[in-house]
Structures are given as structure tokens and as C-alpha cells.
Design a protein around this ligand. Structure first.
Ligand code: ATP
Length: 511
């Protein structure tokens, strides 16, 4: 059994060993922070997309989906502010030559202090027993109060200097907090610099005539520039949303933590267009709707929390993250932003095209406000994978690794396993495979002992194993083994399709 430290490592190696995630271009030693999804990974990823698309597009009469191009006119990124302001503050340690995001260094520093608070509270809770009041303790214990003040002072300072874009003061903050490089242990830092995260490339083959274009750093702008097209063709009226799933690219300074921070990743974004003045109401609506969507997966109620942004982006009047408890702590999984009319107004100004909605009730036109929900598909994948990964000790003393995916998300729904190859069992099993494959992802496996095959299916998260034995040939019944309880039930072949459809249905998730 692994401790927490090893857990993440084990999840990474399990993902590779069982065909979920491979390092990109691995035979050439890989490309940093770029990953490929393997045979089971691609399927799990598709199912997560389907869960999102169903919940957002299919289940809302006032949301439609699009699929816009990755390449866009360069003016898009000028209008959106990405050319001028899509920067991260970076700092290098002169001894280790390692590069860091300056804001992340400070966040790690405050997280450490928070860790000290949590420890104090935990110790006190043990000391005082049942009568312990944690809130009161946090408000009155001098040491804890001092720690909390250190955190809020540091955060307030960072918020101010980020707003002022004061990089000299940023360096001073890192010095004052006595932050050391985690690799070299020294405080020998360079100045803080701004670094643009967009990848640029050239359009056009003739040198001198080419134009710099960017790989999109977010999918949202593809929605904004299509606002009028969708409005004119979809018969939607405000409020309505446009959803999209697609690749985004960011030249992240510090790419780490596996697929948590990648340079090429996928986003599932929805822009909800509303009447100005109603944005707060829809912001609250989407905050709770999105949290409900996450929790419906059953990965654990306590694994999610909201985190308000310290500094809202240049386009937003309110922003919150839904954080998930990854094996390395609570981190952003999804962002919900009230983006005002910033993007549409910017595009209207730069393109010279009116991007407005005619409100028949008010008999006037205006630029709508926008509430955005944006979740990283790869981060969802990591959340699902890490919550599903379990190392279990069984009653007979043996151990198994199981991926307890919600059945609707599992890459394969069913494994079809003839108890042995001979006596016509293989043929009968193939018949059942052909019967079920139209509606369900099935895997046929006849190699190795049945126990080994069950373990292999547990390790890739297949919720149900169907075993074909000699009795099957006599009465057309099979056993279904449940991945989580490991219990088996005998059912008739004619019932299989309906049973599996019910067990793997989306209904329970859609609420
Ligand atoms: P972070 O603060 O972690 O860099 P962000 O606030 O810049 O993220 P957004 O611009 O709000 O992220 O993007 C929306 C979502 O896209 C994030 O919540 C995250 O799930 C996902 N995402 C952003 N950057 C990456 C990345 N480099 N790799 C994987 N997913 C990402």
C-alpha cells in the first residue's frame, strides 16, 4: 500500500502501464509537458467530453455547441488582450538555473504557512477533545492569529503589485519572504520578468510575406468571434450560451505535475450571454450548477472547494475557481468568470462590426455581458483518474489495484471472458461480444486464468465482467461480476443489454 507521497507516482506509472497516458515522442526521450492519450485514455477522455457536452448542450435548451478553428486572425489576440497582457511573471534561481513563476513561489510560501495553521489546529483538537471549537481557536490563539496575518498581508501585497505590474516590488516580496529555491536551497534570484505564454508561428510560405499568427491560448475567443453567426442561425434569444471543446496551447514556464499543467491541452468552455446587469445572478447560477456537475460523479463531496481569485483577470468583474483535491493538494480544476462585455466590445472596436443583441422587450440593442465556465479536460481526466485509483487489500490477503470509475465514464463497460478456450466456450463468448458491441464498449479476453483476467479488468476500470462457462451452453445464462463488490450474479443472456445499459446509464449523473 502506498503512502500519499507515493500515490501520485503510482498513478502516473499505472497510467502508462495500462495504456492511459504516454509521454509524447517517448522514443526520442519525450517532449516536456506534452502527453499522448493511449488506448484506454482516449476512450476515458471521450467519455468525460460526452459527460460535459450532454450536461451543457443536450440538457440546456438555451445552449448550443460549436467547433471553431485553432488558428484565428492575429487581431483576435490583440483585441482580447493576449498579445499585450497574457504574461506570467517569471524568476530564475542563479544557482540551480531553474525557472519559476514568481506568483507560484509566493503561493507555495503562503500554503506552507497555512500548513502550520492546520497542524496547530489539529494538535489543539486532540488536546481539547470534544469541546474544541476550531473557529474560536483560530481567532484567539496568538500564534495562529500571527500566521493568518502573515498570509493575508502577503496576499494583499501580491495582489497590489500584480495590479500595478510592479516587477521590482515583486522581487522585493520574494526577498522579504525569504523564499529559497526548492532545488538549490539558495535565495540567489534574478529580477522578475514578464513572459508571454502564446506560441507564435507563421502563416504563408513566402518569406517576407508571412504573417505571425498564434496557436490559440484559449477556446473562448472562437466563441466570441462567432457570436453573431450563432445568434443569426440558432434562433436563440438572450440569455443563451455557446459551448465548445477544443485544444489550447500555452508556453507554460513551469510545466509540472504530469497532465495538470501542459503546453498543449484541451478546454471545455461555455460562454453564457446575458443582459447587462443580470450577470451576478447568472454567475451565481453557474457557480452552483458547475459544482453540482462535478459532485454528481461521486468522486467525494469533500474533494471540491471554491477559491475566489485574488486578482481578477483584465476582462473579469468576478472570478472563482473550483478546486479539486489532487494527490498534490487542492488546485484549480475549473474557472468561472464574469467577463462583462469586455471581449465583445473589444472585437466590436477592432473589427468595426457591430456585435450587439437587439432586445425586443426593451426595443434597443446592446453588447451582452458574459459569464464563462471553463474546465480543463486533462485536469478533469487527472481528477477522475486520481480519485478512482485504489490499492486494496482483499480478505484472502492478496492485493489489487482498481480504477473505480463511475460506470458511465469507464473506457470499457464490459469484459467478455470465456472460462476456457475449449468446449465451444470461445465461440459462445464471441457471439455475446457481437450481441453487445453495438451498444457498449466491450473487450474480449480469453488469455490467462480467470482470476488474472479479472485483475486486469479491475486495473483498467471495467465495471462489469461477463463470464461464459459450461452452464452457459446449457441454459444461456452467464455470470456478471461487479468490479467494486467483486460479487457475481447469474443472469440470462437475453437480459444483458438492458442490464448493462441501466448500470452504465448517464441518468444518475444528469440530476
Ligand atoms: P492556472 O492558474 O492553473 O494557470 P488559469 O487560471 O490560467 O490556470 P484558465 O485560463 O482559467 O486557467 O483556463 C481554464 C481551465 O483550463 C483551467 O481551470 C484549467 O483546468 C485548464 N488549464 C489552463 N491551463 C492549463 C494547462 N497548462 N494545462 C492543462 N490545463 C490547463
Amino acid at each position: 500500500m502506498s503512502n500519499d507521497k507515493d500515490l501520485f507516482k503510482n498513478i502516473i506509472s499505472h497510467s502508462k502501464e495500462y495504456g492511459f497516458i504516454f509521454q509524447s515522442s517517448e522514443i526520442y526521450d519525450g517532449l516536456s509537458a506534452v502527453y499522448d492519450y493511449g488506448n484506454y485514455g482516449a476512450q476515458l477522455k471521450n467519455n468525460i467530453k460526452e459527460y460535459w457536452w450532454k450536461a451543457m448542450v443536450q440538457m440546456h435548451e438555451n445552449i448550443v455547441g460549436i467547433d471553431s478553428a485553432i488558428f484565428m486572425h492575429p487581431k483576435v489576440w490583440k483585441a482580447s488582450g493576449h498579445v499585450d497582457a497574457f504574461n506570467d511573471p517569471l524568476i530564475d534561481n542563479k544557482d540551480s538555473k531553474k525557472r519559476y513563476r514568481a506568483d507560484v513561489l509566493v503561493e507555495d510560501y503562503t500554503a506552507k504557512i497555512q500548513g502550520k495553521i492546520d497542524k496547530e489546529v489539529e494538535k489543539a483538537a486532540k488536546r481539547f477533545g470534544e469541546t474544541f471549537d476550531a473557529e474560536m481557536y483560530k481567532n484567539t490563539n496568538p500564534r495562529v492569529v500571527e500566521y493568518a496575518k502573515q498570509i493575508s498581508d502577503t496576499e494583499a501585497r501580491m495582489k497590489k503589485l500584480l495590479e500595478d505590474n510592479d516587477l521590482v516590488a515583486f522581487k522585493q516580496l520574494i526577498d522579504d519572504c525569504e523564499i529559497a529555491c526548492p532545488v538549490s536551497g539558495t535565495r540567489n534570484w534574478t529580477e522578475v520578468k514578464q513572459f508571454n505564454l502564446m506560441f507564435a508561428t507563421e502563416l504563408g510560405a513566402v518569406s517576407g510575406e508571412s504573417e505571425t499568427i498564434y496557436l490559440r491560448p484559449e477556446t473562448a475567443q472562437g466563441i466570441f468571434v462567432n457570436f453573431l453567426n450563432v445568434l443569426n442561425t440558432s434562433r436563440q434569444r438572450l440569455p443563451f450560451g455557446i459551448a465548445q471543446i477544443g485544444k489550447a496551447f500555452r508556453n507554460e514556464i513551469v510545466a509540472r505535475q504530469f497532465i495538470f499543467r501542459m503546453r498543449e491541452f484541451e478546454q471545455m468552455e461555455m460562454q453564457f450571454f446575458v443582459k447587462p446587469g443580470t450577470q451576478k445572478e447568472y454567475y451565481e447560477y453557474w457557480k452552483s450548477a458547475r459544482m453540482k456537475w462535478h459532485k454528481a460523479l461521486g468522486l467525494g463531496e469533500t474533494k471540491y472547494k471554491f477559491h475566489d481569485h485574488l486578482k481578477t483577470a483584465h476582462y473579469a468583474d468576478a472570478a472563482v475557481d473550483i478546486e479539486f483535491e489532487f494527490p498534490f493538494g487542492f488546485k484549480e480544476l475549473e474557472g468561472i468568470h464574469s467577463r462583462t462585455d469586455f471581449d465583445l466590445t473589444q472585437h466590436q472596436n477592432l473589427s468595426g462590426k457591430k456585435l450587439q443583441y437587439f432586445d425586443p422587450e426593451l426595443n434597443e440593442s446592446y453588447v451582452p455581458y458574459v459569464v464563462e465556465t471553463s474546465v480543463g479536460l486533462d485536469r478533469m481526466f487527472l481528477a477522475v483518474m486520481s480519485a478512482a485509483y485504489k490499492e486494496e487489500k482483499l480478505e484472502d490477503g492478496s492485493e489489487r489495484v482498481v480504477l473505480a470509475f463511475p460506470p458511465a465514464l469507464a473506457p470499457n463497460k464490459i469484459a467478455i471472458l470465456p472460462l476456457m478456450k475449449k468446449d465451444g466456450l470461445s465461440e459462445k463468448a464471441m457471439e455475446i461480444f457481437n450481441l453487445l458491441k453495438i451498444e457498449h464498449y466491450c473487450q474480449y479476453d480469453e488469455k490467462d486464468s480467470i482470476g488474472k483476467r479479472y485483475r486486469r479488468q479491475d486495473a483498467i476500470g471495467t465495471p462489469y465482467c461477463i463470464t461464459i462457462d459450461h452452464q452457459t451452453l446449457e441454459d444461456n445464462t452467464v455470470t456478471i461480476r461487479d468490479r467494486d463488490t467483486m460479487l457475481q450474479e447469474r443472469v440470462s443472456i437475453s437480459e444483458l443489454n438492458a442490464i448493462i445499459s441501466k448500470k452504465c446509464s448517464w441518468i444518475g449523473l444528469m440530476g
